[in-house]
Design a protein around this ligand. Structure first.
Ligand code: ATR
Length: 272
């Protein structure tokens, strides 16, 4: 491909109509002065879509729900972090050879570090699904101490055993003390907007309360945490940093993170 040609990047998901990645990534490419177009694809057949990356010469792809695990079957190589987490959210195309990686955990770590130190701190992680895996992986890698709390104990146990951390059923949440509580469940996001995974009366024990949800920016959990006097962080920073890390993977260049955040924040406020 000659350098004067427009480079194509994409997001694969189903649905993708509400994804803010096209807005964020395109804004970053434009600001960086790159000749690049970022296109959303609502994928019907993942195997064929991945073949299309090679066939069309797409340079890089963001992978979102529900394909982050399945896509690993169709790549030439999967990096160690992504293999341990069991999910790929980033594909880079090096002359037809496709490599999968995971920037969700780095995005989370970079965002969290803007507020607090991870090393040596205790973290209560609510949830044991796909999102929790990346977060527990990141916390452990950075020297943090996560405790997993999940409604279904068997899933908490499986995750705890795999990553070597303690676990509890969510029903025993009053026993947990930590420097930071992290919600990795979808409670608080539409269609569960009015719900929170943790009762308000237990929140004041946590100096920090973090949600990985960013639509809405202020979930019920974060509102109640503020009212209880905790410091709070939404999932916006994680979203921006995971996207920025994708651009770094694809282009080798540092993207304009603060500008990306501003663009997404403006859109979220508009949607509100
Ligand atoms: P993701 O891959 O996005 O993390 P997931 O794998 O479906 O999604 O995981 C969702 C997590 O939210 C799970 O930990 C789930 O708890 P269970 O393992 O008990 O299903 C948690 N979750 C979903 N709804 C919940 C609710 N009403 N109360 C508590 N936890 C809930």
């Amino acid at each position: 491909m000659s350098s004067s040609e427009i480079k194509i990047f994409a997001v694969f998901g189903n649905p993708v109509a509400h994804s803010l990645s096209p807005l964020m990534h395109q804004a970053a490419f434009n600001r960086m002065g790159l000749k690049a177009q970022y296109v959303p694809f609502c994928v019907k057949d993942l195997r064929k879509a991945v073949e299309g990356i090679r066939g069309l010469g797409i340079q890089g792809v963001s992978v979102t729900l529900p394909f982050k695990t399945e896509v690993m079957n169709f790549l030439d190589e999967v990096e160690e972090d992504a293999r341990r987490i069991g999910a790929v959210n980033t594909i880079r195309n090096n002359q037809g050879r496709l490599t999968g990686s995971n920037t969700d955990w780095i995005g989370f770590v970079l965002s969290l570090k803007e507020g607090l130190e991870i090393r040596g701190k205790q973290f209560a992680v609510v949830g044991a699904g796909g999102a929790a895996r990346g977060i527990v992986y990141g916390l452990k890698k950075e020297g943090g101490h996560p405790v997993i709390l999940n409604r279904t104990l068997s899933k908490a146990k499986a995750l705890g055993k795999e990553f070597g951390c303690p676990f509890l059923p969510l029903s025993e949440k009053e026993k947990v003390e930590a420097d930071c509580l992290i919600n990795t469940t979808s409670l608080g996001m539409a269609p569960n907007k009015g719900r929170s995974p943790f009762p308000k009366k237990l929140l004041k024990k946590f100096p920090w309360v973090v949600d990985i949800i960013y639509t809405p920016l202020k979930t019920k959990l974060l509102r109640e945490a503020e009212e209880a006097g905790c410091r709070t962080m939404s999932g916006l920073g994680m979203f921006v940093h995971q996207g920025a890390e994708q651009i770094k993977t694809w282009t080798g260049q540092e993207p304009p993170r603060a500008y990306m955040k501003k663009v997404v924040l403006t859109k979220l406020k508009e949607n509100d």
